[in-house]
Design a protein around this ligand. Structure first.
Ligand code: SF4
Ligand code: SF4
Ligand code: FES
Length: 724
């Protein structure tokens, strides 16, 4: 399809919206209400363009203008500028933007003036200042001067929609992004416009916003009307050090940007990864970061006369040398958390090999792996049938729940252009029709079960065999699930904690048989954020070794970022970010960095290798596991070949055949070969919001702290435009 934008002709796929045609041509048009993953509705009227198309005669030929060879189809222009986000570009269409059309430039400036009619200009105090689309676009496309000499609309400025989201009702420009987001993405109709005209405001039903995915509205609000209450008044946008990285609180591995200021983690916003989280993250990933800047261990501690005392790394190494002097290195248990990176895992594997210890483990993990074609997040979103077996996605992999919801509304994934994801995909519609018949849930109750056409309730407490309920169906519902899988062309089976925790002996074979029989792809949700990656390293108890469940029987142990609340029989070293219950029991405590401060690689639930990038947080002398293990090796008098990131990456290349240097932010799916599995002796209960993560209230955003000191109050009363 040929489209001409400001005189430049370009070739575009059929169905492209006019706004994407403009951006595909490298031109610009301002917009507030359009959003790549929401239905285009034309609410803000900012994306105005002039457009015209050729017209055909009754005989099918084009109406022409000009003579002879110079004749070309005549363009019939619409009499008024049109919103580009709701208009489809068509063959031969001509578009003029503000760059070439005075009519468009004037209409946009007029529209901007209209939008600003009731929008307070609190840019100097608004948290969105410096990142506000209205501010930027008013500068680029507005008149540049205000003609208003009257007091603007007033409404509630610190209106809490929930504990996490504060609404400034005056600043809302009624773009409807937040309302559409809740309806279309998590499928929760909880926000809407109340009242009419200039009195319109956004509000919730009684009860506020549901916790799960509410934070995303703070990202998409184009102005400072919806703000992250955990980060409010912590800093201005230009003061933050923005670090794009990967969330490692669950196995989804969403793209996030960590905003730090003065060494503190102040805010997390969603990044875009079309393949994984599109543009959304969950509330735990967004708001559960308080631990990264609160109560951190910043230096090593050693036990002296029964008490933990601050010390230096050198002295901590000396204490480990002394404490482990009479321990056979082969008896030292090595245990690491499953959010450790591949680099840290390979460092631990190397040290275990050097020491000859058989007591190695990572936690959480499940005792069995699945050997069936693995589904990606996009496979889930575009499947024609999804069966969820024993999973509570809200706890195990929240954003996967959004991709299932995307499947229910037709699995439309906006196309990608050189300018990025389509800004307005005209196939996305408001209040989309859902297809509950494509979703079956087997297992205990969960939020997603409410959207499923078929439900088979097998309570966790009853110890019911969930896979058995599917493979040997005894009820009409269970038979319907099997039929759904068999009839579908692209089915996906999602396996969660309730089936993966205690599989029968034949589990792996049964799953691969089921996949083969039905053509289904299988997405087994790993127990920990990087359990998938670590399972490819030999980090499970070897014959005769003590697993994590038996840590307290180990003669001595090194425990990294795990808090079982118990210690080994003998000398115990804990490497953690906080003084946990386990750290309090240790002989030596070594400070650890969080995953926000690491460079390294994790593997998400799809098998996608994703990079971690280091944010500028103040963690004192904290070190990652790779460097900490090098210190432990020094104390043990051995020379490990992994002493830092580079050597770990070189070993990973040797060990797994992967090059993890310079991974793209969106990651790559790559097979890592054989998995190492072993019984666990423990049941893993997914629990996303751990005690450490629960955000503390932000005192500076409590409206009671916002009362203005009378000394600083400006004498504005009675002045025209005084609230500006
Ligand atoms: S609160 Fe923000 S996102 Fe919601 S309608 Fe208003 S301006 Fe748009
Ligand atoms: S879904 Fe998982 S990876 Fe994504 S933001 Fe939430 S906790 Fe982080
Ligand atoms: S009308 Fe708002 S972006 Fe087009």
């Amino acid at each position: 399809m040929k489209v001409v934008v400001d005189g430049h002709e370009l070739d575009l796929p059929a169905g492209t919206s006019a706004i994407d045609a403009v951006f595909a041509a490298g031109r610009d048009v301002p917009y507030f209400c359009a959003h790549s993953y929401l239905s285009p509705v034309g609410a803000c009227r900012m994306c105005l363009i002039e457009s015209g198309s050729p017209r055909k005669n009754p005989d099918g030929t084009f109406v022409m203008e000009g003579e002879g060879d110079a004749a070309k189809p005549k363009i019939f222009w619409f009499p008024k500028p049109m919103a580009a986000c709701t208009m489809q570009a068509t063959e031969g269409m001509h578009i003029r933007t503000a760059a070439t059309s005075e009519v468009v430039a004037k209409s946009q400036a007029g529209m901007m003036e209209f939008t600003l009619l009731n929008h307070p200009l609190d840019c100097p105090t608004c948290d969105k200042g410096g990142a506000c689309e209205l501010q930027d676009r008013a500068f680029e496309y507005g008149y540049g001067a205000s003609r208003f000499g009257f007091d603007r609309r007033h409404a509630d400025k610190h209106y809490p929609l929930s504990d996490f989201i504060i609404l400034d009702q005056e600043r809302c420009i009624h773009c409807k992004r937040c309302v559409r987001y809740f309806e279309e993405v998590p499928g929760q109709e909880v926000l809407d416009f109340i009242e009419r005209g200039g009195h319109t405001f956004i509000d919730t039903e009684e009860g506020g916003l549901p916790v799960g995915f509410q934070g995303n509205i703070a990202d998409i609000c184009p102005v400072g009307a919806l703000l992250d209450n955990v980060a409010r008044f912590r800093g201005r946008n230009w003061e933050y050090d923005h670090n794009p990285t990967t969330c490692t609180l669950c196995p989804v591995g969403c793209s996030i940007t960590v905003d730090a200021r003065n060494g503190r983690l102040e805010r997390i916003v969603a990044g875009e990864n079309r393949e994984v989280n599109e543009a959304w993250i969950c509330d735990a990933g967004r708001f559960g970061h308080g631990f990264a800047s609160e109560g951190r261990l910043t230096g090593p501690l050693v036990r002296v006369n029964g008490e933990l005392r601050e010390t230096t790394w050198d002295d901590a190494i000396a204490a480990m040398r002394q404490g482990l002097a009479y321990t056979n290195p082969a008896d030292l248990g090595l245990y690491l958390g499953s959010d450790s990176t591949l680099e840290e895992g390979v460092a631990l594997e190397a040290l275990a090999g050097l020491l000859g210890t058989r007591s190695v483990d990572h936690w959480p993990r499940y005792p069995v792996g699945v050997n069936a074609p693995a589904a990606t997040m996009t496979d889930v979103a575009t499947a024609d049938a999804v069966v969820i077996l024993g999973a509570d996605l809200g706890e195990e992999a929240p954003v996967l729940e959004l991709r299932v919801m995307e499947m229910l509304r037709g699995g439309i994934i906006p196309p990608e252009f050189p300018h990025g994801t389509a800004i307005a995909d005209l196939r996305l519609v408001e209040r989309p029709a859902r297809h509950p018949e494509r979703l079956a849930v087997i297992g205990p109750d969960s939020r997603l079960a409410g959207h499923a056409g078929i439900r088979v309730t097998v309570e966790r407490a009853s110890g019911g065999d969930l896979l058995g309920a599917l493979l040997n169906p005894r009820t009409d519902e269970a038979r319907a699930v099997l039929k759904l899988l068999t009839d579908a062309k692209q089915p996906v089976v999602i396996l969660g904690a309730d089936v993966l925790n205690s599989p029968s002996g034949a589990f792996a074979t049964q799953i691969s048989d089921l996949a083969m029989r039905t053509g289904a792809k299988v997405l087994a949700i790993p127990a920990g954020p990087n359990s998938n990656g670590l399972s490819h390293l030999n980090l499970v108890p070897r014959m005769g070794g003590l697993g994590y469940a038996r840590l307290s029987d180990a003669p001595a142990a090194f425990i990294s970022r795990l808090d079982p609340g118990k210690r080994a029989r003998g000398f115990t070293v804990v490497h953690d970010t906080h003084l946990t219950d386990t750290a309090r029991l240790a002989d030596v405590v070594l400070p650890a960095v969080t995953n926000y401060e690491k460079r390294g690689t994790i593997v998400n639930l799809e098998g996608r290798l994703l990079p971690l990038r280091q944010s500028a947080l103040n963690a004192g002398e904290a070190a990652d596991l790779t460097r900490t293990l090098a210190a432990l090796a020094e104390a043990l008098g051995v020379r490990t070949k992994v002493r830092g990131l580079k050597s770990a990456q070189a070993l990973l290349r040797e060990r797994l055949g992967v090059n993890v240097e310079n991974l793209p932010e969106s990651g790559v799916i790559q097979s890592l070969g054989q998995r190492h599995e072993a019984p666990t002796g423990l049941r893993h209960t997914p629990n996303l919001w751990t005690e450490r993560m629960v955000p503390k209230p932000n005192p500076s955003s409590d409206p009671r702290h916002l009362t203005i000191d009378p000394r600083w109050e400006l004498p504005m009363a009675g002045q025209p435009g005084g609230d500006d």
